[in-house]
Write a protein that binds this ligand. Structure first.
Ligand SMILES: [Zn+2]
Length: 111
């Protein structure tokens, strides 16, 4: 599985809350990994979490919205904790020149 360290930072189109974007596949994999771990915990340890993970939590933490756009550099807060949301760059499948240059295998397969 290929992973890039730089996840795109996105802004909620409803409330302008900043989050970072992961793909649905990535979110599902994380949820699966967490729930596997969660299942191994004792009841007491499980209480320190909010329960099993679900990809439904990968939405705007402020308003619950699920529509985002790429954040501008000046919109990105430094040093604050931002949460992951499911968002896939709609331009990623088009050959539109963007400010973020991506060098990816043209035949990279997303499984
Ligand atoms: Zn929002």
């Amino acid at each position: 599985m290929k992973q890039t360290m730089n996840k795109p930072t996105v802004v909620c189109t409803k409330c302008a809350w900043v989050s970072f974007a992961v793909t649905k596949a990535h979110a599902e994999a994380e949820v699966k990994t967490f729930n596997k771990y969660y299942a191994t915990l004792s009841k007491r340890d499980q209480e320190s979490y909010r329960g099993e993970a679900t990809i439904d939590s990968y939405t705007c933490q402020l308003c619950g919205g699920s529509t985002f756009r790429l954040a501008k550099p000046e919109e990105i807060p430094f040093g604050s904790t931002i949460n992951p949301v499911i968002w896939e760059d709609p331009d990623m499948n088009q050959n539109t020149p963007k400010t973020i240059q991506r060098q990816e295998d043209p035949d990279a397969d997303q499984g």
